[in-house]
Design a protein around this ligand. Structure first.
Ligand SMILES: Nc1ncnc2c1ncn2[C@@H]1O[C@H](COP(=O)(O)OP(=O)(O)O)[C@@H](O)[C@H]1O
Ligand SMILES: [Mg+2]
Length: 441
């Protein structure tokens, strides 16, 4: 008897969930969004809505991006809005993602659906919110466990710690994605979560089959290509963070890669403009600049005793535009930046890292005092070498006049040579030792 009542109660509770369904109808459709009316006071920003015909999902679902006196603005995840005047919309439950360690090795889209043709994804035990708050600043563990990335130029000049967040700044085609993928081979990570945002389909293929291939078994890859809707591109990094957070909460050391954060910012801009926000900084509405740090802050160390998320974010800097507001906003929230230089790439020196212009704010936690001294000397030498480059090319310098410069001319090309590294090559184990060996050799 008690059992029957319990079942009845459960059935009623379920039925109520369906009976009391908040809905409205479409009043206006444009290429970028649709307006809905009749939703009353019940919808909130970020609520997910489904269309009558297709209410159970697909990508014909959308999110409320604006609410005003007349109604609400809904933006869909699909590339088109297949609705007409009067089409009914219903509020769906909150977006839910249930990441599971079994997802490692898989490729998913921004709605958490598998897209690698390898069958359905199992659901994990706990739901991970897409918009989680970053861990409380004071409860967070300190970032100080050194990492060996296996990329010599990084391990020498901008060494990283687990839980650190760095940006890779460069124009297109200078080697950002390749460097990110090389990092995925680093030892010491239990898992790798990658968000590929706004890339072309061909680039995604190349990335999956190329440099990242070795790390695939421990990687979850979230893909949203450039031809998908801004809603999808805006969501892909959030899904990646939710997956990374769920692994972190299991105590894992996670490497999170977002390629690129600039494309995420573009998508966030498109959504905010469709929601009627004004553009303030070079076409960007203000919410983009509050969304960015919120997203990036979710990476980093977990609470004491949890794992950590080491975040590596690529940032596109177009041409010589170093005042790009997005690049500026991102640089401010990170613990270091690596600059890749087109002029160096053109000389065929990969990774095309600007060794003088790149910094890691946690380098001092990693270097021994002797290593720090050595790096300082090497940098001084490289600076000397670079600033006299034109003079020397024009024949304005004679060897023997300046002993320090002579030493730089002898050593710096060897240092540059020692920093060369291709994705297929074995990762380095002790960058200082290897540099010493190649300088002697
Ligand atoms: N470490 C490297 N070694 C050799 N070639 C590289 C390296 N990194 C990049 N490249 C070359 O540069 C090209 C562009 O790199 P990619 O990582 O796709 O750039 P981005 O992501 O910045 O657009 C690659 O196709 C490759 O030819
Ligand atoms: Mg790329």
């Amino acid at each position: 008897m008690a059992d029957a009542i319990e079942r009845l109660e459960r059935a009623m509770a379920q039925a109520q969930g369906h009976l009391v369904q908040v809905g409205g109808h479409v009043r206006e459709v444009s290429a970028s969004a649709c307006r809905i009316g009749g939703v009353g006071p019940f919808v909130r920003l970020g609520d997910r809505m489904g269309f009558e015909r297709d209410g159970d999902g697909g990508d014909q679902i959308g999110e409320i991006v604006r609410i005003d006196a007349e109604g609400a603005t809904l933006k869909t995840f699909g590339p088109r809005i297949e609705a007409g005047i009067g089409t009914r919309v219903f509020r769906l439950g909150a977006a839910e993602l249930r990441p599971d360690p079994a997802w490692k090795g898989r490729v998913i889209d921004a709605l958490g659906r598998p897209i690698d043709g390898a069958g359905p994804l199992g659901a994990g035990a706990t739901a991970a919110p897409l918009d989680a708050d970053p861990p409380a600043a004071f409860g967070r563990a300190r970032v100080r466990r050194p990492l060996v990335t296996g990329v010599r130029a990084l391990d020498l000049f901008t060494p990283l710690c687990a839980g650190q967040r760095i940006g890779i700044f460069a124009g297109s085609g200078v080697g950002k994605s390749t460097l990110l993928a090389m990092l995925a081979d680093a030892e010491g990570f239990d898992s790798v979560v990658v968000a590929l945002v706004g890339e072309r389909g061909r680039e995604v293929r190349e990335f999956l089959e190329g440099p990242i291939a070795k790390a695939r078994a421990r990687s979850v890859i979230v893909v949203s290509t450039g031809d998908e809707s801004p809603m999808m591109r805006r969501q892909a990094p959030k899904v990646a963070l939710s997956v990374a957070e769920s692994f972190r909460d299991r105590g894992e050391s996670v490497l999170l890669i977002i390629d690129s954060v600039t494309r995420y910012a573009h998508a966030a801009r498109d959504v905010a403009l469709a929601a009627g926000e004004p553009a303030v900084a070079r076409g960007y509405p203000p919410s983009v600049f509050s969304d960015l740090p919120r997203l990036l802050e979710r990476a980093g160390p977990g609470l004491d005793g949890q794992g950590s998320i080491t975040g590596v974010f690529s940032v596109l800097v177009d041409g010589d535009d170093h005042n790009d507001p997005v690049a500026d906003a991102i640089r401010g929230t990170l613990d270091g930046h690596v600059v890749l230089d087109r002029a160096i790439a053109e000389q065929g020196r990969y990774p095309a890292m600007d060794l003088l212009g790149s910094i890691s704010r946690l380098a001092s936690e990693v270097w021994t005092p002797e290593q720090r001294d050595l790096v300082r000397k090497l940098k001084a030498m490289m600076a000397r070498y670079e600033e006299t480059r034109d003079l020397r090319l024009m024949g304005g310098y004679r060897a023997g006049t300046d002993a320090e410069l002579d030493q730089a001319i002898g050593l710096v090309p060897k240092i540059y040579e020692a920093m060369r590294q291709e994705p297929g090559q074995a990762p380095s184990r002790d960058a200082f030792l290897e540099l010493a060996q190649s300088l002697r050799g």
